[in-house]
Design a protein around this ligand. Structure first.
Ligand SMILES: [Zn+2]
Length: 157
């Protein structure tokens, strides 16, 4: 993963703190030169305000990508032949782990990932400052998300 992209994501994570931020990295699967960060809106606070029973968490501990952003991503990937390479979100006041909730969102009811080729980046933010990050990829053998070596985040994968 390119350092410049990571910087953009870190900036967003600090800007939206103490809420979780979210977004995706889009690009050509065979060539990372075109990769871009597509920043998404976390609409979790609106969902929580409207329907606290079904959405018990607010944006401090959860995220939902704005459906408008999902449509825009769909359009971009279709017209440019791009893929979603990475989903990212932040964990304010929590460590950089892939939570049960994160796994649930990434998997279909059959336990298969919606996007088997996409990685998941989680950025930990404490007191508004980036503390840690971790990258997870689907392992079809064990049918689990596995943390990738730390160095795969700093440099181009
Ligand atoms: Zn999470």
């Amino acid at each position: 993963m390119e350092k410049d992209l990571l910087k953009v994501i870190h900036f967003q994570a600090m800007e939206e703190y103490p809420d979780e931020c979210c977004g995706v990295i889009l690009g050509n699967l065979n060539n990372s030169a075109e990769d871009i960060v597509f920043r998404c809106s976390n609409i979790q606070n609106q969902l929580h305000a409207k329907d606290p029973e079904n959405f018990s968490r607010d944006a401090k501990t959860a995220f939902t990508i704005d459906p408008k952003d999902l449509l825009a991503i769909e359009k971009k990937t279709r017209t440019r032949g791009w893929s979603i390479k990475t989903f990212y979100h932040s964990h304010p006041e929590h460590d950089a782990y892939f939570s049960d909730e994160d796994k649930k969102m990434a998997l279909s009811e059959w336990g298969e990932p919606w996007y088997p080729d996409a990685t998941h980046l989680v950025v930990s933010v404490y007191n508004g400052v980036i503390k840690d990050q971790a990258l997870f990829a689907w392992d079809p053998e064990s049918k689990m998300f596995k943390e990738q070596p730390k160095k795969s985040i700093q440099f181009n994968s």
